[in-house]
Design a protein around this ligand. Structure first.
Ligand SMILES: Nc1ncnc2c1ncn2[C@@H]1O[C@H](COP(=O)(O)OP(=O)(O)OP(=O)(O)O)[C@@H](O)[C@H]1O
Ligand SMILES: [Mg+2]
Length: 354
């Protein structure tokens, strides 16, 4: 089932919360709605589900317009499955009863079969008669997902479905969920504020900030071709340098970086991913290379995090972070050669505070 949002706007207490939001989801596609807390992700899902009405704009599910100026299709008629941010199961219903909750329009036999099928899929057949408080957090989340999927909605909306789980369980449930959704060709939107989660799960990411869509694209597109500094920095820690355009080059504390069509004299932000920084003896491109001093080396989880000073002047001198797989050979105080891969260097006009 396809979904199309066009120019949606919504205010709460006169504050704009959704500002001209447009994106679409293809049939069978898994889209992650990503962005910092308060940017409007839950509100966007509530608009799609019909719990909120936009002030302007149009929502189309399949070939039916479900929301437009002055008219709206009721939430229960939208064929949308929803898992709320707090994934509250009904505490007075058993696991099986929770899953069966949305199946009221079927025969008893159909309800039983579908409920059992879902329990089998989430490998919780032997938990059918338990109550939510008798389950672990991960089990509750599995049941909540099963409940949302049980009526086979055309469109599944999941709001932070893996929040509150420890890292390994989260990774497991995330994989499991992606596999089952892709396997069955379910069209889904998953909300998350975790960029790694969005990268690992999404066919496409819709990145939001302050009620607006900042960029839409595959995880790779957003990572390798961010539209602005916010997007570049959202996915991983980056080195942030000030630069000034001088003809074909941009002058920074980390040496010269090739200009990418910015006008002479412009002040720019130069963002360099830590993995774009390589360290070694020889410079592969003199312009993108300079000697730096090793200031700190931390070995963390298979990767060394290295802090490098860009000059030998008195503190504070500008620093740059680099990553090195495995233990790093050089010691603090050593002088080494820094090389920057310009394919992973992003340059944006400097945003001056108004
Ligand atoms: N019913 C409401 N009345 C007034 N303001 C609201 C209401 N619901 C949400 N907001 C405001 O709208 C903005 C967007 O909220 P929303 O819940 O969509 O954010 P979110 O992106 O889901 O954040 P989080 O990641 O923290 O869940 C916030 O500033 C929030 O305070
Ligand atoms: Mg939310």
């Amino acid at each position: 089932m396809t979904l199309k949002l066009e120019n949606l706007t919504l205010r709460f207490d006169d504050q704009p919360v959704i500002r001209d939001v447009s994106f679409d989801v293809a049939d069978g596609e898994l889209v992650c709605l990503l962005g910092p807390s308060g940017c409007g992700k839950t509100t966007t899902l509530r608009l799609i589900a019909g719990f909120e009405r936009p002030e302007s704009g149009t929502i189309t599910i399949g070939d039916q317009i479900v929301s437009t100026a002055g008219q709206a299709v009721a939430p229960q008629k939208r064929d949308v499955g929803f898992l709320f941010q707090d994934y509250a199961l009904f505490p007075h219903l058993t696991v099986a009863e929770n899953i069966a909750y949305g199946l009221s329009d079927r025969t008893r036999q159909q309800v039983k079969e579908r409920t059992w099928e879902m329990l089998r899929q989430i490998r919780m057949l032997n938990h059918a008669d338990k109550y939510p408080h008798e389950l672990s957090g991960g089990e509750q989340q599995r049941v909540a997902l099963a409940r949302a999927r049980a009526p086979r909605p055309s469109l599944l909306l999941l709001d932070e479905p893996f929040s509150g789980l420890d890292t390994s369980l989260r990774a497991k449930l995330r994989r499991e969920t992606r596999d089952v959704l892709k396997d069955r060709g379910v069209t889904a939107i998953i909300v998350t504020h975790d960029p790694e989660e969005a990268m690992l799960m999404a066919d496409r990411i819709v990145l939001m900030r302050d009620g607006r869509v900042v960029q839409t694209g595959t995880p790779e597109e957003l990572y390798t071709n961010p539209v602005d500094a916010f997007t570049a920095e959202f996915f991983c820690e980056v080195n942030h340098l000030d630069g000034v355009v001088e003809g074909d080059w941009i002058k920074t504390n980390a040496g010269l970086i090739p200009n990418q069509n910015h006008p002479d004299g412009m002040e720019v932000d130069v963002l360099i991913r830590p993995e774009a920084v390589t360290l070694g003896s020889a410079a592969f491109d003199k312009a993108l290379s300079q000697e730096v001093r090793v200031c700190a080396v931390d070995y963390a989880g298979g990767t060394s995090h290295i802090r490098l000073a860009l000059s030998d002047g008195p503190e504070p001198v500008p620093h740059i972070q680099a990553r090195h797989p495995g233990p790093f050979q050089s010691a603090v105080g050593d002088h080494i050669q820094l090389n920057i891969d310009q394919a992973q260097t992003f340059i944006f006009p400097k945003q001056h505070d108004a």
